[in-house]
Design a protein around this ligand. Structure first.
Ligand SMILES: [Zn+2]
Length: 382
């Protein structure tokens, strides 16, 4: 496995290869894009290429160094192993003192959000102070091979006050170390970190490549492959994992909430629907937010009267089109803004269900003719 086998995002791959050829590797890079698009995989490949014993135009993927680093591409067993070594139900002090670090070669570390304990995971796994401090110290060690590389997966889960540890390294970077931060969007990180990192944005993998990939790796039929590619916006990893039936069910619920909110008929109906969605999906709240964004993006296009484009939710097109006819683009934008606020609040550990209630209820007010209904109802309730 080498760079030429990486699926899609050819420009990013070419830029990384050029940097290596010229020996001009930055101290910090930011890999941004949706989950499953290959950001982490490419980070591991970069670490292999930076240290390969037989590097020429591409890394060999076969030398002892390439093989050792390549094991990071399957992080799950390494996470299990790390948690088992730390012992069951560790307290906070132990979690910080024995940080979860994935290391299959002394020069390359992967830091992933610490779930603390697999069986009873914490509500929101995050990168912890202990992990960052360990990386900070290790960055100044001389590499055994050529370059020390630290991959911070889901860097957006790093608490903002911890980010300062990071800034200190980036202000006086060790010559032989590179940090690769993997996050959905640059805005998910502090501007001071962003400005010191070279940012690479990963875009969707084109549909032809996606189809070939899914054909090779799954049993899906052609229309299912197409749907999986569309629903995951051209993200190969996400398309491999998607459960199409379950996805149809949850997206159906999301659209029902939009319908209820926009029609503004029944408050208790809206709250009940949020409750239902919450019960089934509370452990994957970020996913639910993404589904709302995806449905609202379709809605925005329909409300603008765009025709002929393939929507993100092709199986819900009829319902979304009907909704789109009832709303103007400005109203849909307002709905998106309420989601943006919710999504920003997630970092501050807000109460998620209450915030989702509030966001959905705020949509009822978005249609001018439903305003009166809301005011009347509230007075009636008192
Ligand atoms: Zn090699």
């Amino acid at each position: 496995m080498a760079f030429d086998q990486f699926l899609g995002n050819e420009r990013v791959v070419a830029a990384l290869r050029r940097m290596l050829q010229r020996g001009r590797v930055p101290h910090a890079m930011l890999f941004c894009g949706p989950r499953g698009i290959g950001r982490y995989t490419l980070a591991v490949m970069f670490a292999q290429a930076a240290n390969c014993e037989r590097m020429e135009d591409d890394f060999c993927g076969e030398c002892a160094t390439c093989l050792a680093i390549g094991k990071l591409r399957q992080p799950e067993p390494l996470i299990e192993q790390g948690l088992a070594e730390r012992g069951e139900s560790p307290d906070t002090a132990t979690v910080e003192r024995v940080p979860l670090i994935l290391e299959t070669h002394p020069d390359v570390w992967a830091l992933v959000p610490d779930p603390v304990r697999r069986n009873r995971p914490v509500a929101r796994p995050m990168l912890r102070m202990g992990q960052l401090r360990a990386a900070q110290r290790a960055a100044y060690f001389q590499p055994v091979a050529k370059r020390r590389i630290f991959i911070l997966d889901s860097a957006e889960t790093m608490r903002r006050d911890y980010s300062n540890i990071f800034l200190k390294i980036l202000e006086e970077p060790p010559e032989t170390a590179t940090f690769i931060l993997v996050a959905p969007r640059p805005e998910d990180l502090l501007p001071t970190i962003r400005s010191r990192a070279v940012t690479f944005r990963f875009g969707p993998v084109e549909s032809q490549l996606m189809d070939e990939f899914l054909k090779e790796r799954t049993e899906l039929k052609a229309p299912e492959r197409q749907l999986a590619a569309q629903l995951t916006s051209g993200s190969p990893g996400a398309a491999l994992r998607i459960n199409l039936e379950e996805s149809a069910r949850v997206r159906g619920e999301v659209v029902r909430l939009l319908e209820l909110g926009v029609e503004g008929k029944s408050w208790s109906g809206v709250l009940e629907a949020v409750e239902q969605l919450w019960k089934s999906e509370s452990d994957r709240f970020e996913n639910v937010l993404e589904l709302f964004y995806s449905a609202l993006t379709d809605l925005l296009e329909f409300s603008c009267g765009f025709k002929g484009r393939i929507p993100r939710n092709p199986d819900l097109q009829g319902r979304l089109e009907r909704l789109g006819r009832k709303l103007g683009p400005e109203q849909v934008r307002k709905m998106m803004e309420s989601l943006d606020r919710l999504s920003a609040g997630l970092r501050r550990n807000i109460n998620r269900q209450l915030s989702l209630d509030a966001a959905v209820l705020s949509w009822v007010n978005i249609r001018p003719d439903s305003l009166g209904g809301y005011a009347g109802r509230r007075q009636g309730d008192r």
